[in-house]
Design a protein around this ligand. Sequence first.
Ligand SMILES: [Zn+2]
Length: 127
Amino acid sequence: MSDLTYCQGPKCHTYDTKDRKRGPKGNKRNETRRRSSFYYLDGHACSMNCERDWFNVYGSRALDHFGRITEPRVLTQDNAWSIRRNWNHPDADTFYAYNHLTEERRPITQSQYESDNSITDDGRLNI
Ligand SMILES: [Zn+2]
């Protein structure tokens, strides 16, 4: 079973590299890269070039689809939270939520620290 996926860069096949060449001698062609994992475009593109190509072709449509920011977003004490780990003081609270505006620290558990849901996408504490 193979978990290989194709690079999502729309012009990936146009970059002329050895690893993109496929086919018999005399009838070589370049193909989109295929890998088990990619580093760019959140794991969907093989290179910075392909990431940029993707955005140049699809970026505006993605913004239209997910909604553009049409008024300023504001950081207040309600959405200024981040999750942190105290690496330097083993006796102190190892995990805490930190408010960038008030500088308040609230101890949290390790599972809250490791959870993707402890802070909302817009920085609100969800504990
Ligand atoms: Zn690519």
